[in-house]
Write a protein that binds this ligand. Structure first.
Ligand code: G3D
Ligand code: MG
Length: 196
């Protein structure tokens, strides 16, 4: 067996292996304007980059990470399948396919670029149109390390949270890793609570 087919094989085994009946697996879609740091946030969070599948034809890459959390005194292991959509407009028609079966949404913007913040409304509209509005959702403002270049203040963010009805907001830096774990744990916890 050559190394490529061995790798393919391992990947298949990974994706199709039998799972324990109690295994918790959630599909989380990560959306927002290009270059806000969606891919960087996922890369920072996912330890084993082997557990990733890139489908260039549809512009989607899927990573998996497990988190152990204590929720209401109970230890739970949650597997997150993180769907990362390439931002190119040619893929926009595929959003509906990409959204299909999602359990939660991470909606992001770049703290240093105001239009990525204004565009949250359009991303949200698309979620409404595709019937995903009731899913657990976390708002993320990324690039908090770029303090000097910051353009979006907390008052604006709180206003957006209210108008989009997203109670959870996390401010991250994919560069330093600040709050990256908290971001993914927050969405996992919200989905878990929703499904109790
Ligand atoms: P996307 O997946 O949303 O399109 P990427 O965004 O993850 O590709 O990131 C876009 C650019 O922003 C990258 O720079 C990346 O290194 C940078 N970036 C992402 N997150 C952060 C962050 O938290 N802080 C800083 N300072 N930069 C960040 P390049 O230069 O590779 O295009
Ligand atoms: Mg990307």
């Amino acid at each position: 067996m050559n190394s490529l087919s061995k790798k393919e094989n391992e990947k298949d085994e990974y994706y199709y292996q039998e799972r324990e009946p109690g295994d918790i697996i959630y599909k989380v879609i990560v959306i927002g304007d290009p270059a806000i740091g969606k891919t960087s946030l996922i890369r920072k969070f996912v330890k084993n980059q082997f557990e990733k599948d890139y489908l260039p034809t549809v512009g989607v890459s899927i990573s998996k990470e497990s988190i152990e959390m204590e929720i209401e005194g109970k230890k739970v292991i949650i597997n997150l399948l993180l769907w990362d959509l390439a931002g190119q407009p040619q893929f926009y028609l595929l959003h509906k396919v990409y959204y299909n079966g999602a359990n939660g949404v991470i909606l992001g913007f770049d703290l240093t670029r105001t239009h990525t913040y204004s565009n949250l409304k359009n991303w949200h509209k698309e979620l409404v149109k595709d019937g995903l509005i009731d899913l657990p959702m976390v708002l993320v403002g990324n690039k908090s390390d770029l303090k000097e270049e910051r353009k979006v203040g907390m008052a604006h963010i709180n206003h957006m949270q209210e108008s989009l009805n997203i109670p959870d907001y996390v401010e991250t830096s994919a560069m330093t890793g600040q709050n990256v774990g908290i971001l993914f744990k927050t969405i996992a916890k919200r989905i878990y609570e929703r499904n109790l």
